[in-house]
Design a protein around this ligand. Structure first.
Ligand code: ZN
Length: 695
């Protein structure tokens, strides 16, 4: 489609995506944007961007940093603007019209980017600058930008033969389509399923759970009923507390069968094709496997380094899980049960055991974990650490009435960012929790303040009750807020280096590190207050809660590492080995000695991290790689004797939270900590080290 057929040049512009936004802080005017605005806006954005790229490519002057690298940073503004609004809606508030556009767009997007990323003339300019980079008198950030730009084009195949590039383009187009199908299938399977909880089906479930189940029913137009959906925030507490073994089995099976039901939403064939195409692409680029290709551009560097870390943690975690299993089986026997522990029993009996041992259960603490107070706690820690302050704004347009917005100001009261929080589950939102942005920070042409989002799937309180979080939810809230800080505190010149534009195995450091503050007594004592009485969390309950944190870590670690290992195997074995996804999954789990009573955190057919797109492909291990650093990093505050120690916080801000991708991550870590991370901190934190075992 040509430019003129997409948008009439004479008509005054009425598409809100194509005019300057007159909203406060120039935020997207969500109320004015409807699905039919997107395709014409994308068409215009593609044309504009292609013209900008052509101008850089064919610039008659000798290539220099400014006319090539900086010009690339300036290009594609409209595309970035339209995309960020669109993809926010796709994940956080979609509808059939948006999803249909998403399906078409994935191909259009690939067709737009392929000729840019594989443009030989443009790459020639970049390569020439890269070659003589030492003579260019660049700042540290500029040098990093040049290296990253060169690497990005090189790894996309810009240096390949024309024939190889043509095939690469086809592969990218097909992969874009397959990734979209994968997530649409998953969403459809999640939307279709629910379990109505009649009066007889509620044994063991807490009042707050039932309240949330009623809110979920109302959201699906079933007011007056109570339903369970396949959101993790529902499934996990249900498996933990429901006394109905038959229902636990039903829910567990539905949850782990998402994308694997043999219906129109089945993801098995999608996975097979994705893996074959990724392998072919890696080979075109000169790598034996996709994992080899993918990991070259990370902190870990090689599949061997990843396997080394995972196996080191796997052994003690598995041993702990097996010991725990025997204890759970003994508990079943003690209660007169005559059945082997099944995967849908683990959480239930682990919770019972925890209550017996630590005299503690999650539902005892939930009334103290009020969503609004936990948001306040996350803000307060950021104020103490980094001096930023938060004030709610009611005048910023949002995509759903539940979304809240805060203005973030720096120490000196200057505007720093807007923070959008979208906390509640609804059927228009995909599952999980994530951070993203509507605009990234940069200073290339004047200060641009970021618009940062946190999206979660917490259950809403019904009947005017506040939303109460489980301990896991509270941790997720801090985790995503840690990512948000990475985006909001970003202080770089060039947009492609802003905030979370770092290696995948570094990106979880700011988020996981932030979780540490959530579980500190100093923080909980102040912000964990009973939703009805306002009483602070009793000292004794707090102690038991903190002690219980290390409970069941064998299970949690096994759940995670099995997923990380299968991701690595999918991408480091020949694709032909996984033509039968289920058989491959079974064989790999057997090989590592996966306890039968534990399921992977993500089975392949629902493993959106690695199949919805390629961000975490051969990269799910990243959480643990980052954990090696976060477990070690928090030690800096403990050693300083103050979890808000100003000098340590300043080093953290200056080297980690504000630098984005402008510095080498290893150097950034060492500059903060004064040394390399010490890996045993991770085992200690999870209670899996020998010394912890003795304790
Ligand atoms: Zn994260």
């Amino acid at each position: 489609m040509s430019e003129t057929s997409a948008v009439s040049p004479e008509a005054p512009e009425t598409n809100p995506l194509l005019i300057a936004w007159q909203t406060p802080h120039r935020t997207p005017p969500f109320a004015e944007i409807t699905p039919e605005h997107f395709m014409p806006a994308f068409e215009r954005a593609f044309v504009d961007h292609a013209a900008e790229i052509a101008a850089i490519t064919h610039d008659p002057s000798v290539p220099d940093f400014d006319n090539t690298i900086t010009a690339l940073e300036r290009s594609g503004k409209l595309l970035t603007k339209v995309s960020s609004v669109f993809y926010d809606l796709v994940s956080a508030h979609s509808n059939p019209a948006i999803l249909a556009i998403d399906t078409d767009l994935s191909l259009r997007m690939a067709r737009h980017w392929n000729p840019i990323m594989m443009n030989a003339v443009l790459f020639g300019r970049i390569a020439m600058l890269h070659e003589k980079r030492k003579e260019l008198d660049l700042t540290g950030e500029q040098m990093r930008l040049l290296e990253r730009t060169y690497t990005r084009f090189h790894r996309a195949g810009a240096g390949l033969s024309e024939e190889a590039k043509a095939r690469m383009a086809e592969i990218n187009e097909r992969l874009a389509h397959l990734g979209t199908s994968f997530s649409h299938h998953l969403l459809a399977d999640e939307q279709e399923w629910f379990l109505e909880l009649g009066e007889d089906d509620r044994a063991g479930l807490s009042d707050t759970f039932i309240t949330s189940a009623k809110a979920a029913a109302e959201e699906r137009g079933l007011a007056g009923k109570a339903i369970l959906t396949l959101s993790r925030s529902f499934v996990e507490p249900f498996l933990k507390t429901s006394e109905r073994r038959d229902l636990r089995e039903k829910v567990f099976k539905a949850f782990t069968a998402r994308g694997d039901n043999g219906n129109a939403n089945d993801n098995n064939a999608v996975i097979v094709e994705i893996l074959a195409l990724r392998e072919e692409a890696a080979k075109l680029l000169g790598f034996p496997t996709y994992a080899g290709y993918r990991l070259e551009d990370t902190m870990a560097k090689t599949p061997e380094a990843v396997r080394g870390l995972l196996e080191r943690v796997w052994k003690p975690a598995r041993a702990r899980a097996l010991a725990d299993r025997d204890e759970l089986q003994a508990l079943i026997a003690k209660e007169g049960g005559n059945f082997p522990l099944a995967p849908w029993d683990w959480r239930y009996y682990a919770e019972k055991l925890r209550q017996a041992k630590a005299n503690f259960d999650d539902s005892a603490i939930k009334p103290y974990l009020v969503l609004d107070h936990m948001i306040e706690a996350a803000f307060d820690c950021a104020t103490r650490l980094f001096g930023i302050t938060f004030a709610e704004r009611k005048d910023i347009p949002v995509w759903h009435p539940d979304v809240r917005v805060w203005e973030v100001r720096d120490r000196d009261g200057r505007h720093q960012a807007l923070f959008y929080g979208d906390y509640f589950a609804r059927s228009s939102k995909r599952s999980g929790a994530w951070m993203s942005s509507l605009r990234d920070q940069q200073k290339l042409d004047g200060d641009v303040a970021p618009l940062i989002l946190n999206i979660c799937n917490f259950s809403k309180g019904a009947d005017g009750q506040p939303s109460l979080l489980s301990p896991d939810d509270a941790r997720t809230l801090f985790h995503e807020f840690g990512h948000a800080l990475h985006g909001m505190l970003s202080n770089v010149v060039y947009p492609s280096l802003a905030g979370t534009s770092v290696f995948t195995d570094f990106v979880e450091l700011p988020s996981q590190l932030y979780e540490h503050w959530q579980e500190r007594p100093e923080v909980l004592q102040r912000f964990a207050r009973h939703y009805q009485t306002g009483e602070p969390l009793p000292e004794d309950l707090l102690k038991r809660f903190l002690a219980a944190r290390k409970f069941n870590q064998g299970f949690a670690t096994v759940e995670f590492i099995s997923s990380a290992l299968i991701d690595l195997e999918f991408h480091s074995q020949p694709a032909s080995a996984s033509r039968n996804v289920r058989a491959f999954e079974q064989a790999e789990l057997k090989k590592i000695g996966m306890p039968e009573e534990i399921a992977m955190r993500h089975r392949p057919q629902q493993f959106g991290h690695i199949f919805s797109g390629d961000y975490y492909a051969a990269g799910y291990y990243s959480y643990m790689w980052s954990e090696v650093m976060d477990a070690d990093a928090f030690g800096a505050f403990e050693e300083a004797g103050d979890i808000f120690d100003p000098a340590t916080a300043k080093r953290l801000h200056d080297n980690i939270y504000s630098t984005g991708g402008s510095v080498d991550p290893e150097a950034a870590y060492v500059a903060f900590r004064g040394r390399e991370p010490e890996p045993d901190a991770l085992l200690r934190r999870r209670g899996l080290s020998d010394s912890a075992e003795a304790a």
